[in-house]
Design a protein around this ligand. Sequence first.
Ligand SMILES: [Zn+2]
Ligand SMILES: [Zn+2]
Length: 203
Amino acid sequence: MNTMLAGRLRLDTRTFAVEEVPIPVPGPGEVLVEVRAAGVCLSDVHLIDGSLSPFFLTDAVTEAGAVTLGHEVAGVVHTLGPDVKGGWTPGQRVVLQAGEACGDCGGCLRRMTCHRPLTRGLDYDGGWAQYTIAREGTLLPIPDELPFDQAAIIPDAVSTPYAAIVGTGAVRPAQAVGIWGAGGLGAHAVRLARMVGAAPIIA
Ligand SMILES: [Zn+2]
Ligand SMILES: [Zn+2]
């Protein structure tokens, strides 16, 4: 059996360890990604210290009693599972969405907002590993000039403040913006607020 190293959190004891585990095999519509960079989010620290728990555990994680952390992941396509529709090719550079719709709740069945969205690295195995599985719909190609370590943090540290500023807050030029906490997300919020023309920006 081919194995890999993965950073795994035992959910009962909240003990974290790098373990040797089988390299996962992509199922229908899934892609095996060779991880090149993965971010460490404060949520990961909170998962390890027990102040945060997974929201909608998948059966696989429940059975294993442990989850591979990491919801900020970039890498290259390694192996395609059966019935992958997109034109993905091995070696293609990709970033992975930080989660996915569950696919079987009332919202998903009506093709509306998922009621129990699954978070990568919390509810199912994430990218603190040499390889990780992603549904093909959660892959996005990235340009050659974008380094993997910068691409990896887009799915949370950049996209979360982007949604707050551009979506929820709908900030317009010359509007004042206050940012509480210039940490991993807040630092990007300052840059994003500047890009949309906010002024002044108080952080
Ligand atoms: Zn995060
Ligand atoms: Zn759903």
